[in-house]
Design a protein around this ligand. Structure first.
Ligand SMILES: *Cc1c(COP(=O)(O)O)cnc(C)c1O
Length: 365
């Protein structure tokens, strides 16, 4: 039996530390925002090498608020990859903008400066997603944004702790967004997210907008939303943040074992990392034209896998209004048809991973 994902006590003692933090926070009699959230925001900003972080209710809200903060509104186009989680596109629509989809790079599966083709007079922002945990090649994207005076908004929901050329993701854009959904590399015990920025105006907007647009209690400067972080979640995240590098190193170690053991199978495409792009393996993605059969084969052997993502954004029923059609993004469509995510999580046991590897080898024999 190998689960796709499970919480384990890794590094040893983290469970006790999380439980202690929860109890302390519960007894503090603060439930929403407060000092604990403020402390987490400072620590997360420092870890991301951004000046500010603003904690919110979830990753979708973080993205929506980040886009609004850089000025995305009605009539504005935002460029994003066709192969991402639905939230990335939904945030653009929620902010009032129009998602403009582009093909990912066929090697890294990430958005690159080739997105220049999609820039128009209405483009306001570029929304790169550090997919599966691999940092996008940010240098060329920053140059592209500068050339056309566009804002970059990074979606680093899958890549906390990854970096491009040594600089952490979440620090390149004018406003950036991440999610602390429980299974993310830095996960809460419920919904949570954050915006990071080094722009004071963006930070001030986000801080007000997440809490009804309040500048002070019952004084509302704008029509905001309620997307505040719970004190309990901040307490948990503060503990986990201290271990983020360890957790990511363990993911990288497990990924190396897969890469080493599966490299001899010709019919498999394994993850590739570009120079300067670090990869924290939120998802370990393999590709094969026999994806569906392999998934069933593994399931029969007690191995749970996942598909990220079976339907690209342009073919989702919710997005027919964008008028894309099958064949518009061949790389994204190929990824959707052939991708399989293998079990990989901190605390995964040797025998569990060995079982996955041997089962894949026997499938291809
Ligand atoms: C998880 C995720 C989100 C959204 O996060 P939620 O907290 O679930 O709203 C956005 N973008 C990407 C790429 C994600 O993986």
């Amino acid at each position: 039996m190998t689960p796709y994902f499970e919480f384990r006590d890794f590094p040893e003692g983290i469970t006790t530390a999380v439980e202690a933090a929860l109890l302390r926070a519960a007894r503090s009699n603060r439930f929403i925002l407060g000092e604990e959230v403020g402390a987490f925001e400072e620590e997360f900003a420092a870890a991301t090498e951004a000046t500010y972080s603003i904690a919110v209710g979830n990753g979708l809200d973080a993205l929506t608020i980040a886009l609004k903060a850089v000025g995305v509104g009605a009539g504005d186009e935002v460029i994003l990859p066709a192969n991402t989680f639905i939230a990335t596109a939904n945030a653009v629509v929620q902010a009032g903008g129009t998602p403009i989809l582009v093909e990912p790079d066929s090697f890294t599966y990430n958005l690159t400066a080739a997105a220049e083709k999609a820039v128009t007079a209405r483009t306001k922002a570029i929304l790169p997603v550090h997919l599966y945990g691999q940092a996008c090649e940010m240098g060329p994207l920053v140059e592209l944004a500068t050339k056309y005076k566009l804002a970059i908004v990074e979606d680093f929901a899958q890549a906390q702790g990854a970096s491009w050329a040594g600089q952490p993701v979440g620090s390149f854009g004018k406003a950036n967004a991440t999610s602390f959904y429980p299974t993310k590399n830095l996960g809460a015990l419920g919904d949570a997210g954050a915006i990071t920025t080094s722009d004071e105006t963006v930070a001030a907007f986000a801080r007000k907008y997440r809490n009804y647009g309040e500048s002070e209690k019952y004084h509302n400067e704008l029509i905001g939303v309620n997307s505040r972080l719970d004190t309990l979640q901040a307490a948990v995240l503060r503990v986990k943040l201290q271990h983020l590098d360890n957790l990511n190193a363990e993911r990288q170690r497990l990924a190396q074992v897969y890469l080493q053991e599966l490299q001899s199978i010709d019919d498999l495409v394994l993850p590739k990392t570009a120079p300067n792009c670090s990869h924290v393996y939120h998802i370990f993605n393999i590709r094969t034209p026999q994806r569906d059969q392999l998934k069933v084969w593994l399931q029969e052997r007690g191995i749970h896998t996942a598909i990220h993502y079976p339907v690209p954004i342009h073919l989702q029923p919710a997005y027919t209004f964008l008028k894309y059609k099958p064949g518009d993004f061949p790389v994204a469509e190929e990824l959707a048809a052939t991708s399989l995510s293998l079990p990989l999580f901190p605390g995964m046991r040797y025998e569990e991973q060995e079982h996955v590897i041997q089962s894949i080898k026997s499938f291809f024999k």
